[in-house]
Design a protein around this ligand. Structure first.
Ligand SMILES: Cc1cc2nc3c(=O)[nH]c(=O)nc-3n(C[C@H](O)[C@H](O)[C@H](O)COP(=O)(O)OP(=O)(O)OC[C@H]3O[C@@H](n4cnc5c(N)ncnc54)[C@H](O)[C@@H]3O)c2cc1C
Length: 416
């Protein structure tokens, strides 16, 4: 029977290696989150990010077929849970880079991949990539037909070059370590103003240095305090004609394909944050009497709350692992499971984090303890990678509306 959530020997090795790296490198790097400005905080994470690259964690996210060492999304999930549980900011810098590379990995030509991937396959440096979808003024309706604005950033062909004009915001690491841009950006642009969105939007590759990329501000986000979330404009950025990734006009389809795996990973982000909070709260409950006679874990209300939290963590982890495996196998239910992992995991994390704060009580409200930071990080999960209200629920809704939808597909697949 294939239903077996035990790890392979190499997955266990990856889990332990990631856990050790997180403890030794990412845990001290959390200090960066206390610096005053978003850019100072991000800059302070560079040594930890470089160490992450040197330790092979980016290579571990790039498929073997593209020269990396990834053996599937389930492995990525095992690794990411360990890293995110300790430092969400730096881990998101890594996964944001993977997201930025996905249009190249999924839709790029052999030529584009062999030209652009090598810096990301090295065990040195601090390479960054970003996927630029979000725009000031909203991005939930990127696929809207007129009179909706949809994607506002425009790429116009002039002789043999695309000239890009527009603004983007909230894009992980997009302006790079020096405001001049990440090494590569995959940007959603309108390439045919007259075509319907499903044929008029493309993913355009912007390579550093990109003259015309203008930094506007670094958003001072509620969580992921040392992760760079810039707002910037593209003012006449010029790229070669063959910098379209995937099919010209097929940008929305490519974007949907790129976001499926990361949706399942958002669920694993949730597991990482919940697990970190649970371990803290369990230890607190076992050791603190809060002026009473017994450690507070002996009070039934506390014990039940911890039990409910642990149940939610286990349920979320196995849904995410199942979703990752379904994505790896390109199973019929992969899209549904990935979105369910994202929606369920992200909302469960916010709930469980606040419940665990109640277990610990007032001390949890002090930034000297990690729970406030973990909740601040968790608040992003229902909002990013497509907000749960605006996009994910709608996408799930669309799946359920398909005439061929089989509600039992997720539990009827036969191992071949
Ligand atoms: C830490 C972090 C990292 C991020 N990294 C990136 C990145 O790398 N790249 C990137 O492009 N973006 C990134 N983002 C931005 C984020 O992923 C998107 O901006 C966000 O998912 C867009 O969602 P939204 O639904 O709130 O959009 P908006 O368009 O702002 O919609 C706002 C609200 O309007 C309502 N709404 C809008 N349309 C509908 C509809 N059709 N049906 C129902 N309700 C609707 C919903 O209530 C929705 O929440 C990041 C954000 C964060 C916090």
């Amino acid at each position: 029977m294939a239903i077996d959530f035990r790890l392979t020997a190499s997955q266990r090795e990856l889990q332990l290696r990631s856990r050790k790296f997180a403890k030794e490198v990412l845990s001290p790097a959390i200090e960066a989150e206390t610096l005053p400005t978003p850019e100072e905080r991000f800059a302070a994470t560079k040594p930890a990010y470089e160490a992450m690259i040197a330790a092979g964690f980016l290579r571990k996210c790039i498929p073997r077929s593209a020269g990396g060492e990834n053996d599937g999304l389930a492995d990525t999930a095992i690794m990411v849970e360990e890293l995110y549980a300790v430092n969400a900011s730096v881990t998101l810098t890594l996964i944001g880079t993977v997201l930025g590379l996905l249009p190249l990995l999924v839709g790029g030509t052999e030529d584009q991949r062999s030209r652009l991937l090598p810096p990301f396959l090295k065990l040195a440096g601090a390479p960054l990539a970003g996927f630029c979808a979000t725009e000031p003024g909203g991005s939930a309706n990127a696929a809207s037909p007129p009179p909706g604005e949809g994607v506002r950033t425009v790429a116009k062909l002039s002789r043999d070059r695309w000239i890009i004009q527009g603004r983007k915001s909230w894009v992980s690491s997009a302006t790079g370590w020096d405001r001049k841009g990440a090494d590569i950006l995959s940007g959603l642009c309108r390439t045919d103003p007259d075509a319907p969105p499903e044929r008029g939007i493309s993913v355009m590759l912007v390579e550093r240095p990109a003259s015309g990329l203008v930094f506007e501000r670094a958003i001072d986000a509620v969580g992921h305090r040392a992760h760079l979330l810039p707002q910037f404009s593209l003012e006449g950025v010029s790229v070669p004609r063959d910098n379209v990734l995937g099919n010209l006009g097929g940008g929305l389809t490519l974007t949907a394909a790129c976001f499926m795996g990361p949706a399942a990973l958002v669920g694993i982000f949730a597991v990482g944050l919940m697990r970190a909070a649970f371990e803290f709260a369990l230890d607190f409950a076992r050791n603190e009497r809060r002026g009473g006679i017994h450690p507070i874990i002996e009070h039934q209300a506390v014990g039940y709350a911890l039990a409910d939290a642990k149940t939610a963590i286990e349920a979320t982890r196995y849904l995410c692992w199942r979703a990752c495996r379904a994505v790896d196998l390109q199973s019929p239910a992969a899209e549904e499971l990935a979105i369910e992992a994202k929606v369920f995991g992200s909302e469960t994390a916010v709930r469980v984090l606040t419940e665990l704060m109640r277990v610990v009580g007032i001390e949890s409200y002090d930034h000297a303890l990690p729970l406030g930071r973990l909740l601040q990080d968790a608040l992003a999960l229902p909002l990013f990678g497509g907000g749960n209200i605006g996009v994910r629920r709608r996408r799930l809704h669309a799946i359920l509306q398909r005439p061929e939808y089989d509600p039992l597909a997720a539990c009827s697949e036969v191992e071949v």
